[in-house]
Design a protein around this ligand. Structure first.
Ligand SMILES: Nc1ncnc2c1ncn2[C@@H]1O[C@H](COP(=O)(O)OP(=O)(O)OP(=O)(O)O)[C@@H](O)[C@H]1O
Length: 406
């Protein structure tokens, strides 16, 4: 079937009152980004629906891309015909013939916004229904749950036929909920956490801690590759590399072995929060899952979270590892995540970290460090680059980004 248009239905954003316009505009922008390889498409964003005029583009190729755009509840490929009863009859018969199988049932559901059209909806249902019944041998009409529900919409300019409803990604359009900093390791969990935050409309920026020479260029590239995978859900993402070597060496030298992990995580949290403030973000997102490792007990989470009052969203916190893995396979990050590169945390992690760190002791041991100086130097060494669906597009100069903050 040569479709002429795709009709997009909104999900939750329909309930957003006066913000609705902003949501719809952002969705249109995100659709444009997702369909960048289809330049002929014209997007018409309206209050209740968005229409994608295909202008000759192949719907089979763009449907998989459209399925990844958050904020779309469902969409239907549509064929346009002139407002002429003979043309409409031909189209109805040809669609049903194309879809026909032995014993198939059908109905026609008409709708019209052009109230001057020569037939009303009942008349149209009867007219097109009997045409199909007479021309397609073996077909039966059925009003409740037919195999094929042919929807016919008479608008002011033309008539539109559709019969297929494809499920969209749901959620909210990326960037309608504000900006959040994702603490991205090279593991399985944090990219999944990022994906889930994007699904609720968060615009992500990645914060990745690297400790060269203990961590390799490969580990850094892995985090960038994971970021690239997530760009397909919401466009370009800023990748912020934080130099973490000095901090890890300092903690190792000054803190007791059992508290290395807790203090390291607190420093990561402080730095992420500082970067969030500089980048005008609202939340921190991480890939912690309750009980998975020593740093992810409730006691550890409390001791780590103690350094900030910024909301920390943990989208995978209640998920089992297998559920997280399943999702990482679905979003195509799993194969990258399992590449064997060391994360900065694993390299310095003690053989038996405290699973129930004492908060008072944590603060006491940490006081041995020059926290402010360490943070200042790490912030001065940030490297920011932009990751696009095609890869990295070079480093953004620090001075350009933070000119009024430094
Ligand atoms: N090098 C890093 N850079 C940025 N964030 C990190 C880094 N290492 C860990 N994190 C953050 O801390 C969280 C917990 O990390 P940890 O290694 O303990 O657990 P994990 O369950 O293996 O997580 P992941 O699979 O995301 O690596 C990660 O999900 C991530 O959000």
């Amino acid at each position: 079937m040569k479709y002429t248009e795709i009709m997009v239905r909104y999900g939750e954003l329909s309930t957003k009152g006066k913000n609705r316009k902003r949501f719809i505009q952002q969705l249109a922008k995100n659709i444009r980004l997702a369909l960048v390889d289809f330049p002929k498409i014209k997007i018409i964003a309206e209050r209740d629906r968005t229409h994608l005029l295909l202008n000759g583009e192949d719907s089979d190729l763009l449907i998989p891309e459209l399925k990844k755009v958050f904020g779309i509840q469902s969409f239907s490929p549509v064929v346009r015909v002139e407002k002429d009863l003979e043309e409409m009859k031909k189209m109805a018969v040809s669609i049903v013939r194309e879809q026909f199988f032995e014993g198939m049932t059908f109905k026609i559901t008409s709708k019209r916004s052009d109230h001057d059209f020569e037939l009303d909806t009942t008349g149209l249902n009867q007219f097109l229904g009997s045409a199909v019944f007479n021309k397609v041998e073996g077909i039966q009409a059925k009003m409740k749950k037919p195999d094929l529900d042919l929807r016919v919409e008479v608008r002011m300019d033309a008539v539109y036929f559709s019969f297929e409803t494809i499920k969209g990604a749901g959620g909210l359009p990326v960037a309608t909920s504000g900006r959040g900093m994702l603490m991205l390791s090279g593991g399985i969990d944090s990219p999944v956490a990022g994906y889930l935050a994007m699904k609720r409309g968060v615009e992500l920026e990645m914060v990745h801690f690297a400790s060269p020479p203990y961590t390799s260029a490969g580990a850094l590239q892995k985090a960038k590759d994971l970021t690239q995978k997530l760009t397909v859900f919401g466009g370009n993402i800023q990748f912020i590399e934080v130099p973490f070597t000095e901090i890890q060496e300092e903690i190792k030298a000054k803190a007791p072995e059992a508290y290395l992990m807790t203090i390291t995580r607190r420093m990561m949290m402080r730095l992420t929060d500082k970067i969030r403030q500089m980048r005008k973000g609202y939340v921190i997102i991480n890939g912690e899952s309750l009980g998975q490792v020593a740093s992810q007990t409730l006691e550890s989470m409390q001791a780590i979270n103690d350094v900030t009052t910024t909301p920390v969203i943990r989208p995978v916190v209640t998920m089992d590892k297998l559920e997280i893995i399943e999702l990482s396979q679905k979003i195509d990050t799993f194969e990258i995540s399992i590449q064997p590169f060391e994360d900065c945390c694993t390299i310095f992690s003690p053989a038996s970290p405290k699973t129930r760190p004492n908060l008072e002791l944590t603060r006491e041991y940490e006081a041995r460090l020059d926290i402010e100086g360490l943070i200042e130097r790490a912030i001065a060494g940030l490297k920011i680059s932009e990751i696009t669906p095609l890869g990295e597009v070079g480093n953004v100069r620090l001075e350009d980004e933070f000119e009024d903050l430094l």
